[in-house]
Design a protein around this ligand. Structure first.
Ligand code: NAD
Ligand code: TYD
Length: 363
C-alpha cells in the first residue's frame, strides 16, 4: 500500500502519542494526505505537542486529518468502538508499555497493554476486516511493530534475523514476544493480513527522558551523576528514529503480507561508548563545563540485563531496498541539540508523569 501525497486511506495508529508513533504521524501529516486516527491511552510517556506543532505549521491543509482517540487497548469494548469509528484501511500498531526497567517494577501493566491490548485490537480488527467490502478487504493491512529484544541476548558473535528463535528475558520482551505470537496466529488462523517488524533501539527527539540517551543528555547537562548499569559494556544496535519510520513506510509499500522484517542500524555501540559520545557533543556545545564525562558513575546492574543486541538487516535491505540515512554522529548531534533546545518540554514531561530521573527497576 503506497502512502502517497494523494492517498485517501484511513490510517489507525496505536501509540501515536509516544516517541516512535509521534514521529511517524508527523511524517505522514507532512508527506501524505492520509486521514489519521491516533489511538492512545495517554500514558506517562505520551504527548501531543510535536504533532500539534506540525498541525499548526501545515494549517488548513491538515485540518481534520488527525483525530486523537483516548482509548486504552486493555478495554475491549472501547477498542472495538474506536476501530468501528476509524474504519481503517491500514493499522500501524505501536501502542505498548516500552521501558524494560518499568517492566521489572510493574510487570502487570505490560501484560495488560502488550498482551491483552494486542489481543483486543486483533479481535476488533478481525471483525472490521471481515465486514469490509471486497476491494477494501483485499487491500487492508495491519503492521505490528516489535523489538529485537524478543530474540534474547547475544554474546560477542552472531546477529538476530527473522529466523532467530524467540528467547525473551525481561517482562517487557516477554510481553512483546507474546504479542508477536498472537499477531502471527491471527494471520495463519484467521487470514488477517499482517506484516511484523522487529527493530533495534531507537533514539532521537521527543523520546521520554527515562531511556538511556535522553536520560544521559539531561543528567550530564545538569551536572548530575550519569548512571551506567554494570560494566557499561552491554551492546545495543542504535537507529535514528526517522530511519525507523522510513523503514515502516517502505515496508507498508513493498512488504509481503505474512512476512516479518528485522530493522537495524548496523550501528553497534557499548553503553559506555554512547555515554562518551553524548558527553563529547556536550563538551563541544558547552566547553565551559567540559569534560561532561566526569559525571559518569557505575551503578548496580539491571536484573537480567541482556548483554548484546544486533540485527542482521539483510532481508529489509535486499527485499525492500531500505537502508539507514543517518550516521550515528549526525543522529546523536541532532538529538543532543534537540534536547538542549527543548528543556522545557523535558521538564513538563517529567512533571506530568511525576518522574524525577530516579532509578527504576531494581528488585
Ligand atoms: P513509547 O513508550 O514512547 O510510546 C508508547 C505509546 O503507547 C504511549 O503513548 C502509550 O500511552 C501508548 N500505550 C501504551 N499502552 C497502551 C494501551 N494499553 N492503550 C493505548 N495506548 C497505549 O514507546 P515507543 O518507543 O514509541 O515504542 C513504540 C513501539 O515500538 C512499542 O511497541 C515498542 O515495543 C516498539 N519498539 C520500540 C523501540 C525503541 O527503541 N523505542 C525499538 C523497537 C520497537
Ligand atoms: P534503554 O534505553 O532502557 O533500552 P533497552 O533496555 O530497551 O535496550 O537502555 C539501553 C541500555 O542502557 C541498556 O543496556 C541499559 C542501559 N542503561 C544504563 O546503563 N543506565 C540507565 O540509566 C538506563 C536507563 C539504561
Amino acid at each position: 500500500m503506497c502512502l502517497s501525497a494523494d492517498s485517501t486511506k484511513k490510517v489507525l495508529i496505536t501509540g501515536g502519542a509516544g516517541f516512535i508513533g509521534g514521529t511517524l504521524i508527523r511524517r505522514l501529516l507532512m508527506d501524505t494526505s492520509v486521514e489519521i486516527f491516533n489511538l492512545d491511552k495517554m500514558g506517562y510517556a505520551s504527548d501531543l505537542h510535536g504533532i500539534n506543532q506540525v498541525l499548526r505549521t501545515l494549517g488548513e491543509s491538515a485540518e481534520g486529518r488527525h483525530k486523537h482517540l483516548r482509548v486504552n487497548l486493555a478495554d475491549s469494548k472501547s477498542t472495538s468502538t474506536a476501530v468501528s469509528f476509524a474504519d481503517p484501511d491500514l493499522v500501524i500498531h505501536l501502542a505498548a508499555e516500552s521501558h524494560v526497567d518499568r517492566s521489572i517494577s510493574s510487570p502487570l501493566q505490560f501484560v495488560e497493554s502488550n498482551i491483552i491490548g494486542t489481543f483486543n485490537l486483533l479481535q476488533a480488527l478481525l471483525k472490521h476486516w471481515e465486514n469490509l467490502p471486497t476491494q477494501r478487504q483485499r487491500e487492508f493491512l495491519m503492521l505490528h511493530i516489535s523489538t529485537d529484544e524478543v530474540y534474547g541476548s547475544l554474546e560477542h558473535k552472531g546477529y538476530f534475523s527473522e529466523n532467530s528463535s524467540y528467547d525473551p528475558r525481561s517482562p517487557y520482551s516477554a510481553t512483546k514476544a507474546s504479542s508477536d505470537h498472537l499477531v502471527n496466529s491471527w494471520f495463519h488462523t484467521y487470514g488477517l493480513p499482517l506484516i511484523r517488524t522487529n527493530c533495534s533501539n531507537n533514539y532521537g527527539p521527543w523520546q521520554f527522558p527515562e531511556k538511556l540517551i535522553p536520560m544521559v543528555i539531561l543528567k550530564a547537562f545538569s551536572k548530575e551523576n550519569i548512571p551506567i548499569y554494570g560494566d557499561g559494556k552491554n551492546i545495543r544496535d542504535w537507529l535514528f528514529v526517522e530511519d525507523h519510520v522510513e523503514a515502516l513506510i517502505q515496508v507498508i509499500d513493498k512488504g509481503e503480507v505474512g512476512r516479518n522484517y528485522c530493522i537495524g542500524g548496523l550501528n553497534e555501540k557499548t553503553n559506555l561508548e554512547i555515554v562518551e559520545s553524548i558527553c563529547g557533543v556536550l563538551d563541544l556545545l558547552r566547553p565551559k563545563y567540559a569534560p561532561h564525562s566526569e559525571y559518569i558513575s557505575y551503578v548496580e546492574d539491571r536484573p537480567g540485563h541482556d548483554r548484546r543486541y544486533a540485527i542482521n538487516p539483510e532481508r529489509i535491505l535486499r527485499e525492500i531496498g531500505w537502508k539507514p540515512k543517518y550516521g550515528f554522529k549526525q543522529g546523536i548531534e541532532a538529538t543532543v541539540q534537540w534536547y538542549l533546545s527543548n528543556l522545557d518540554w523535558c521538564s513538563l514531561m517529567k512533571k506530568k508523569s511525576n518522574y524525577k530521573g530516579e532509578r527504576i527497576g531494581l528488585r
